[in-house]
Design a protein around this ligand. Structure first.
Ligand code: URA
Length: 423
């Protein structure tokens, strides 16, 4: 077989055979298919798509490129959640210990932020001492101690995806449903979880801007998980406005701790509890303690403290704070009718919370705090947002990002329901 024949077949709108897919993924992982050939194939897939059989074969081939983790030594079922990413999406932080407190193990491999969306590992690394890189044995130890572990994927897990994702990132080939679905699901299936809840975000701050494309992605991923023997469900949830009131690494950790202490913003609590119920049901432990109760009685907080400590972090340490702040005030009195997720995410990124290239550092203290959410009444001059940054020089470009990103008026705030659908 050769790469050119496979590229031509997809370029001309043909279907790839499973043998062709197996060969090209294996040869690419070994370096026999060159980056320029793989990027041509990725572009042909982006333009001409893949059918369900091709996507399943592509996913399986990426899983086989590396190791498959196994949690069968544990005495309770495993459940995981994956979010397609958004602005202020800190849900993993309260959710993983919450589900652990309710009776399932949560082995969660997470990522770092790129662009305007945050990454769970960057958030947790703002806790002094906390370590993202664990060996498989260390993961098992943390799971046994705390019931939940959140860490970086080792280099042995779906190495074909690692290489391909880096290539897609620089060749304009990220935005393809077959490539996104196979990339996410190859890692989640290789991670060895028994059940998986997908949180597919919809709106300006998400990968998928419309409910139609989000539904297609969700259905494709649910089919891939189910066919691989992982009990998989997906929620489509709103990302037209930020989630919660804090956007930025340490700011989001602080908000997550509020949720674990029984407080926190209503939307973060609602989504955390809903996802926890879905995870427990998918794992077959729905008869255990109800998640809302575990937030109230402190058992989720106990699991959080065990999880952070087991990964070297100090749950009582002061979190980093940015040196400078600036307030954005309401321009008039009325209802906040819009607060755009992408604008706030871009502002937080420019304040230093995110990175432009994989190797860039992030500022743990930088970000945006929201004092009002769409639908709230505000008075002229009242603080709407507080910007946090390590240098005042960052405020100008963050303010530019926010221009046109919010509106105060008299009309009702038009927004997506928090949970749009379940698939
Ligand atoms: N996240 C992934 O892991 N892969 C993609 O292709 C997109 C988002």
């Amino acid at each position: 077989m050769d790469a050119i024949e496979i590229i031509r077949a997809k370029r001309d709108g043909g279907e790839l055979t499973t043998a062709q897919i197996d060969w090209v993924i294996d040869a690419y992982t070994r370096g026999e298919v060159a980056d320029e050939q793989m990027s041509a194939l990725a572009m042909a897939i982006l333009l001409n798509g893949m059918d369900r059989r091709e996507i399943a074969s592509w996913t399986q081939a990426m899983i086989r490129s590396g190791e498959r983790m196994d949690w069968s030594a544990l005495d309770r079922p495993t459940a995981d959640k994956h979010s397609t990413g958004g602005v202020g999406d800190k849900i993993t932080l309260p959710l993983a210990p919450l589900v652990a407190a309710c009776g399932a193990y949560v082995p969660q491999l997470s990522g770092r932020g790129l662009g305007h969306t945050g990454g769970t590992l960057d958030k947790l690394e703002s806790i002094p001492g906390w370590r993202a890189s664990l060996s498989n044995d260390e993961m098992l130890d943390v799971l046994r101690t705390a019931g939940a572990v959140v860490c970086a994927a080792g280099s042995g897990l779906a190495p074909a995806d690692k290489k391909l994702y880096a290539l897609r990132d620089v060749t304009g080939t990220v935005e393809s449903i077959p490539l996104i679905a196979s990339s996410i699901m190859s890692k989640k299936i290789a991670e060895g979880t028994g059940s998986l809840v997908l949180d597919v975000k919809v709106g300006s701050g998400a990968f998928m801007k419309t409910p139609e494309t989000a539904r297609e992605l969700a259905e494709t991923m649910v089919a891939l998980g189910t066919d691989a023997g992982v009990r998989t469900v997906a929620l489509m949830t709103a990302m037209d406005r930020p989630l919660g009131r804090a956007v930025g690494n340490a700011l989001e950790v602080a908000e997550s701790v509020e949720v674990l202490a029984g407080g926190g913003p209503a939307d973060v609590v609602e989504l955390t509890v809903r996802l926890a119920r879905e995870m427990l049901e998918a794992a077959g432990v729905s008869a255990a303690k109800d998640p809302a109760k575990a937030l109230e009685d402190g058992s989720a907080m106990d699991a959080w403290r065990r999880m952070v400590s087991a990964q070297g972090g100090d749950p009582d340490a002061l979190l980093p704070r940015a040196a400078e702040t600036m307030t954005v005030e309401a321009p008039s009195s009325g209802m906040l009718t819009r607060l755009d997720a992408y604008a706030v995410g871009l502002a937080a990124w420019r304040l230093g919370a995110g990175r432009a290239r994989k190797e860039d550092p992030v500022s743990f203290g930088a970000g945006v705090v929201l004092h009002a959410k769409p639908g709230d009444l505000v008075r002229e001059g009242q603080p709407l947002l507080t910007l946090h940054a390590d240098e005042t020089a960052r405020f100008g470009r963050a303010l530019e990002a926010l221009e046109g990103g919010y509106a105060v008026g008299t009309a009702r705030a038009e927004q997506l329901p928090l949970v749009i659908d379940r698939i």
